[in-house]
Design a protein around this ligand. Structure first.
Ligand SMILES: Cc1cc2nc3c(=O)[nH]c(=O)nc-3n(C[C@H](O)[C@H](O)[C@H](O)COP(=O)(O)OP(=O)(O)OC[C@H]3O[C@@H](n4cnc5c(N)ncnc54)[C@H](O)[C@@H]3O)c2cc1C
Ligand SMILES: *[C@@H]1O[C@H](CO)[C@@H](O)[C@H](O)[C@H]1NC(C)=O
Ligand SMILES: *[C@@H]1O[C@H](CO)[C@@H](O)[C@H](O)[C@H]1NC(C)=O
Ligand SMILES: *[C@@H]1O[C@H](CO)[C@@H](O)[C@H](O)[C@H]1NC(C)=O
Ligand SMILES: *[C@@H]1O[C@H](CO)[C@@H](O)[C@H](O)[C@H]1NC(C)=O
Length: 502
């Protein structure tokens, strides 16, 4: 009998030490701060993570940022005729508080917006045309769609209001260990359900008409995500908020935020591709070995904390292999949707849209309905990232700069049908955002102790501000985990808690 107990205790002890062996305790009994943190990826996600890590861990810790391509990632510009134009993420909403804060901290400027009208094309004709008269537009919307657009507005506002709670929670230092926990604390099970339910179903439920969905919502989903109204309601709401007014971008290019944040964070930028990551335990400390290669050399280094700020789906080809993970960790399920941004310097073929005389074509941007014959999602006259005082938008009868979004590369015939003639064509093929519906779960934030993954949030909604929210969350989470402050992680009823803290 007594023997049996001893054996049992021995087994328990063995199991404990085995657990420590393959997944060491991340605690820091001595209270020592981490000495080195790595961030992989210098898009808005990685660069803002570096910024927030510096804020929370203080000036001593070494922060290394690895970037295999260009700083900015999916925020990028192309040069046409001596001016730069956004080819990736371009529009920021006035309620995107982290992005606003970055611009302020970095002393960057808001880019002035240049007015321009929008129309919706269905393959044969314009079915919706914005005019100079706000009241007339309102009247037309009312006439055509009844009160659908008011119902839509209320639905989006209610969601935004709940989403805005995140800034309060983060300002009070609260973090979440998963995207599910984060969404749940903002909008309860309703938000979680919205990441699984088609946008069209949610809108029909609140009384938005099918016609409004087909003619207004579908074109917005096509221009923002290259996908249809079957995408989840939550990401749909995020992009509808972005379709309202009060939109801005950064003078000189949105990517200036990324390079600026890395600089002010006093992080070391390594122009290198991380090729592998492996846990390394010695005694009871767990670290990660990152191996990397650049054009000039290759090497590896040990880090106490690692943040992966790039998508880990196979279709994105980060090139990172996970070695010695138990259980094994590999690429994540799902695909990224490919969107081609084609920037054309030329003359728009307004006849294509039913306007044989270009001087009578009043639109700056054309969205499209979900019409299989159409080979593009949108075409818009665009403005450079720097706008001088005397700038005016080019008229359709003049040569101008246009951006076309399409699911595939445009061939010559397609280009010739959209443009009467052109001087230059530049294309960027993006692994742009998740192909919603290609994975059923939201990826984890904590892959292992002290190893974090930022881009899972994109499966709830992909936007610059979403990456920034995830960055702040990871910096807080990493800090609390390191210092064992569990009362700051996954707390329930935060609205109430915060009120009583004040
Ligand atoms: C065409 C287009 C239009 C968009 N429009 C908008 C918009 O109007 N508004 C909006 O808010 N959002 C928009 N988005 C979405 C927005 O751009 C993204 O959500 C956001 O930029 C993602 O930032 P990120 O830092 O999370 O990822 P990324 O920008 O993809 O950054 C990841 C970085 O990691 C690097 N990397 C990958 N693997 C490695 C490795 N092994 N080693 C080192 N570095 C590595 C990559 O080179 C990349 O720079 C748009 C996106 C696209 C493509
Ligand atoms: C979300 O879905 C679950 C399961 O279907 C359901 O029980 C819950 O009531 C839903 N929440 C809301 C707010 O609709
Ligand atoms: C949207 O696209 C998906 C995948 O391409 C398709 O399965 C679905 O039926 C489409 N939904 C609508 C409403 O067209
Ligand atoms: C564009 O704007 C940025 C930011 O204000 C500035 O640094 C840059 O010099 C400007 N470039 C030109 C060509 O005006
Ligand atoms: C412009 O569009 C019209 C209508 O689709 C088409 O017939 C014509 O070939 C296009 N190209 C030019 C150069 O006009």
């Amino acid at each position: 009998m007594a023997n049996g107990v001893v054996v049992l205790i021995a087994v328990l002890l063995l199991e404990r030490s085995a657990a420590v062996g393959d997944q060491a305790d991340p605690s820091h009994v001595d209270g020592a701060p981490p000495s080195k943190i790595a961030v992989v990826g210098a898009g808005i996600g990685g660069s803002s993570t570096a910024h927030f890590l510096r804020q929370h861990f203080g000036p001593e810790v070494q922060v290394d940022v690895f970037e295999k391509g260009e700083v900015g990632g999916r925020l990028a510009t192309v040069t046409v005729n001596h001016h730069d134009y956004e080819s990736g993420g371009s529009i920021i909403h006035s309620l995107n508080l982290h992005m606003q804060e970055f611009v302020k901290v970095l002393g960057l400027k808001y880019r002035r917006s240049v007015a321009g009208k929008t129309a919706v094309f269905n393959g044969d004709e314009m079915i919706l045309e914005e005019t100079d008269w706000y009241l007339l537009d309102l009247f037309r919307l009312w006439w055509r769609y009844g009160i659908s657009f008011i119902r839509l507005q209320m639905w989006v506002e209610e969601i935004m209001e709940k989403f805005m709670r995140i800034y309060k929670y983060q300002a009070h230092g609260y973090a979440f260990s998963s995207v599910e926990e984060l969404l749940d604390s903002l909008g309860g099970s309703g938000f979680l359900n919205m990441t699984r339910k088609p946008l069209s179903d949610s809108l029909l439920e609140v009384g938005v008409s099918q016609r409004f969905i087909d003619e207004v919502i579908a074109p917005i989903m096509r221009v923002n995500y290259g996908q249809n109204v079957s995408i989840p309601a939550f990401v749909g709401a995020v992009s509808l908020a972005g379709a309202q007014n009060n939109l801005w971008s950064v003078e000189g290019g949105n990517k200036l935020v990324c390079s600026g944040l890395i600089k002010t964070a006093n992080a070391n930028l390594h122009q290198a591709q991380v090729t592998s990551i492996a846990p390394v335990t010695s005694g009871d400390t767990l670290q990660y070995r990152l191996s990397f290669t650049s054009e000039t050399d290759s090497g590896s280094d040990l880090y106490d904390i690692v943040v992966l700020a790039t998508p880990l789906q196979e279709s994105v080809q980060s090139g990172i292999t996970f070695e010695d993970f138990s259980p094994p960790f590999d690429q994540l399920p799902g695909y990224y949707h490919s969107t081609v941004a084609t920037i054309v310097h030329g003359y728009l073929n307004t006849t294509f849209f039913g306007f044989p005389d270009p001087r009578l074509f009043p639109f700056a941007s054309v969205l499209t309905t979900d019409e299989p014959r159409l080979f593009f999602n949108s075409v818009a006259s665009i403005c450079p990232v720097n706008i001088s005082a005397g700038f005016r938008r080019k008229q359709p009868q003049e040569a101008g700069i246009y951006k076309v979004f399409s699911p595939h590369t445009l061939d010559k015939v397609q280009l010739k049908s959209l443009f009467r003639s052109y001087y230059s064509v530049q294309l960027t093929e993006w692994s742009a955002y998740p192909r919603y519906g290609s994975s059923s779960s939201l990826p984890s934030i904590e892959l292992q102790p002290n190893l974090y993954y930022l881009n899972g949030i994109e499966w709830a909604g992909s936007a610059m501000e979403m990456s920034s929210v995830a960055a702040k969350n990871i910096a807080l989470l990493a800090y609390h985990r390191w210092n064992r402050q569990d009362d700051k992680v996954d707390q329930k009823d935060l609205m109430h808690k915060i009120k009583t803290e004040l």
